[in-house]
Ligand binder design. Structure first.
Ligand code: 2BA
Length: 106
């Protein structure tokens, strides 16, 4: 079994979760915050059989979209902090696939 730990853009999360659920994947949604932008995103936990991982990844890929944006983040320089705009591409989705030894429900 595998755990898909999927960090999804807030604007895509509703669609991704709806389609995962329709396809029969059990989903737990966590409200999370990205460390770099300090804005909310959604972490979705899915535990499923190895052979169903590709199907879940396909759903996530199909309904997640990356976006380019300019972010202003604090940057150290010359002994003081200034805000420098940086051009970044924000997922979409970032997915970690982990082995799960056991699944127990009580
Ligand atoms: P954030 O940490 O808020 O990062 C948002 C976007 O900012 C990232 O998009 C990336 O394009 C950019 N970024 C992040 N750290 C950066 C840095 N040190 N310098 C320059 N640009 C940086 P994504 O890569 O699509 O990541 C979206 C969200 O997924 C992240 O939000 C974070 O919550 C999570 N994430 C991505 N990679 C991760 C990882 N390796 N471990 C844990 N969480 C991760």
């Amino acid at each position: 079994m595998k755990l898909l730990l999927s960090i999804i853009n807030h604007d895509d999360a509703h669609d991704v979760i709806r389609h995962l659920t329709q396809e029969g994947y059990p989903v737990t949604k966590l409200a999370t915050t990205g460390g770099f932008l300090q804005v909310g995103n959604v972490t979705v936990l899915i535990v499923t059989e190895d052979e169903k991982v590709k199907g879940a990844l396909d759903v996530i890929e199909k309904h997640s979209h990356s976006r380019r944006q300019v972010a202003v983040t604090p940057e150290a320089g010359m002994g003081q902090y200034s805000s420098l705009p940086v051009d970044i591409t924000v997922g979409g989705a970032t997915v970690f696939v982990l082995n799960v030894e056991d699944l127990r429900k009580f």
